[in-house]
Design a protein around this ligand. Structure first.
Ligand SMILES: Nc1ncnc2c1ncn2[C@@H]1O[C@H](COP(=O)(O)OP(=O)(O)OP(=O)(O)O)[C@@H](O)[C@H]1O
Ligand SMILES: [Mg+2]
Length: 265
C-alpha cells in the first residue's frame, strides 16, 4: 500500500528546545528551519548530544518545542497549548533503537497492533500483518514470539509494525544502532527497498556516516551545544544503491566531507 501522493511534507520553522530540569537549563536545539519534501529520505547526523533525538521526538509529538513550529502538509502538529494534534500523529510511524515488541504477542499480533486499536477485522489484520512480514523478510516467523527472534529480526518486526497504519512519515531513531555491521548492511538494503516501494517520507537519526551516505537524499549535519544545522549535504546518486557503490569515488568524497563536518579523522 503506498501513500497518497503529495502527503508527507514536513515544514520545520525556527524550532528550538531548552530543557528545564531541576532548575537547570540545557539548550538542546536552536533555530532549526528545514523543509522536507514529500517522499524525501532525510538523515540527521551528528555527534552524541547534538540534539538528534530531541528533534525527532518533537517531530513525533513526544516532546513539545520551546519555540517555533512544525507542520505536516501545512497542518500544525502542536496547538497553542503545545498539545499535539491526534490527526497529524496518526500519519506518523516511529521506530526506535530498541524494538520494544510486546513479549506476549506473536510477531503477527505485534505488527497488527495499530490495526487492532483501529477496530480492523481480525482477518484483515492477519492479512496485512502477513503482507508486511513478507516485505521485511519475516513471513516464516509470523507465529513466533519476539524472544525467538534475533535483534535484527526484532527490528524488522518493529519496522513492519510502524508501517501497519500506513503512515505518510516514518521517524527512525538509530533503528540499527544496536546491530552488528553485516546485519546493519542488510537492514539498510531492506529499508531502501521499502522506501522505494512505498515512497514514505523518512527522517532517520544515525551516528553512522556510511549509513547516512548510503540512505539519504539529504544529510542534515547538526553541530552540538546547542544543536544547529551546520550543513546540508545532498546525495543525488541514483537508486537502487548497492553496498558496492560505497567504494565509488562519489561516495568516498561524500563520506570524507561528512567526516570532516562532524570532526572525525
Ligand atoms: N530529558 C532531558 N532533560 C534534560 N536535558 C536533556 C534531556 N534529554 C536530552 N537532554 C540534553 O539535550 C541535549 C541533546 O540530547 P539528545 O538526546 O537530543 O542528543 P542526541 O543527538 O540524540 O544524542 P545521542 O547521539 O547520544 O543519542 C544533550 O545535551 C542532552 O544532555
Ligand atoms: Mg539520541
Amino acid at each position: 500500500m503506498s501513500k497518497e501522493s503529495g502527503t508527507g511534507g514536513i515544514q520545520i520553522s525556527h524550532l528550538s528546545k531548552t530543557y528545564l530540569t531541576r532548575g537547570r537549563r540545557t539548550e538542546a536545539l536552536r533555530d532549526i528551519t528545514l523543509d522536507i519534501k514529500s517522499g524525501e529520505f532525510i538523515v540527521l547526523l551528528g555527534r552524541s548530544g547534538c540534539g538528534k533525538s530531541t528533534l525527532l521526538r518533537m517531530l513525533g509529538g513526544l516532546l513539545s518545542p520551546s519555540s517555533g513550529s512544525i507542520t505536516f502538509d501545512g497542518k500544525p502538529l502542536y496547538d497553542a497549548q503545545q498539545k499535539p494534534d491526534d490527526g497529524v500523529l496518526g500519519s506518523l510511524g516511529f521506530v526506535f533503537q530498541d524494538a520494544n515488541l510486546l513479549p506476549w504477542r506473536t510477531v503477527s499480533r505485534n505488527i497488527s497492533l495499530a490495526l487492532e486499536v483501529q477496530g480492523v477485522s481480525a482477518a484483515q489484520q492477519r492479512e496485512r500483518a502477513a503482507q508486511l512480514a513478507q516485505s521485511v523478510g519475516l513471513q516464516a516467523f509470523l507465529d513466533h514470539l519476539p524472544k525467538a527472534l534475533s535483534g535484527g529480526m526484532q527490528q524488522r518486526a518493529a519496522i513492519a509494525r510502524a508501517l501497519a497504519g500506513n503512515p505518510d512519515v516514518l521517524l527512525m531513531d538509530e533503528p540499527f544502532g544496536a546491530l552488528d555491521a553485516l546485519t546493519r548492511d542488510d537492514m539498510n538494503l531492506m529499508l531502501q527497498d521499502i522506501w522505494l516501494r512505498e515512497k514514505k517520507t523518512v527522517v532517520l537519526v544515525t551516528h553512522s556516516i556510511t549509513e547516512a551516505a548510503f540512505l539519504a537524499d539529504r544529510v542534515i549535519v547538526l553541530s552540538p551545544h546547542p544543536g544547529q544545522i551546520q550543513r546540508i549535504v545532498a546525495n543525488p546518486s541514483p537508486r537502487p544503491r548497492s553496498m558496492a557503490d560505497i567504494k565509488n569515488t562519489d561516495y568516498q568524497s561524500l563520506i570524507s566531507l561528512l567526516r570532516k563536518e562532524i570532526g572525525e579523522p
